[in-house]
Design a protein around this ligand. Structure first.
Ligand code: RB5
Length: 143
């Protein structure tokens, strides 16, 4: 799998560890910043990452802020992005299996490193089930 990752200052402390987890699972990850604890605006990074994911068919995104909420709100403004705010392995699994989510969001201030690792493993291990879920996912978009 190919991932893009971005965070704001409130997700910066965990970003490098998340990159290591993704790489240790055998996946590629491209870092779009931010690269320090200096305050930035999370929508700038959510939009930057969403545009990359949309350009690169089949790729996925990981967005980290304090709660994951702002990142998911901003990313979901892009047609074709299905950003899921995940709190644990179960929500990550269902985001892939039922919602065909292509951007994983979580909060550094909400989940610890161990939970983040289980979220990523679960995301990578799970494929979209299609079937009855495909039409529902299609209905998410408003023309
Ligand atoms: C930054 O303080 C914080 O508001 C941001 O990281 C995020 O949690 C917003 O949803």
């Amino acid at each position: 799998m190919k991932f893009y990752i971005a965070c704001d200052h409130a997700g910066f402390n965990i970003k490098d560890k998340v990159k290591e987890i993704v790489e240790s699972l055998g996946h590629e990850i491209i870092d779009l910043g931010t690269n320090s604890n200096q305050r930035v605006d999370y929508p700038d990074f959510a939009h930057k990452l969403s545009l990359e994911v949309l350009k690169d068919e089949g790729s996925y995104g990981i967005l980290i802020c304090g709660t994951g909420i702002g990142m998911s709100l901003a990313a979901n403004k892009h047609k074709g992005i299905r950003a899921a705010l995940c709190h644990d392995a179960y929500t990550a699994k269902m985001a892939r299996a039922h919602n065909d989510a292509n951007v994983l969001c979580f909060g550094e201030r909400v989940v610890g490193l161990g939970v983040a690792e289980s979220i990523i493993e679960s995301w990578c291990d799970t494929s979209f089930e299609g079937g009855r879920h495909a039409n529902r996912v299609k209905k998410i978009e408003i023309e």
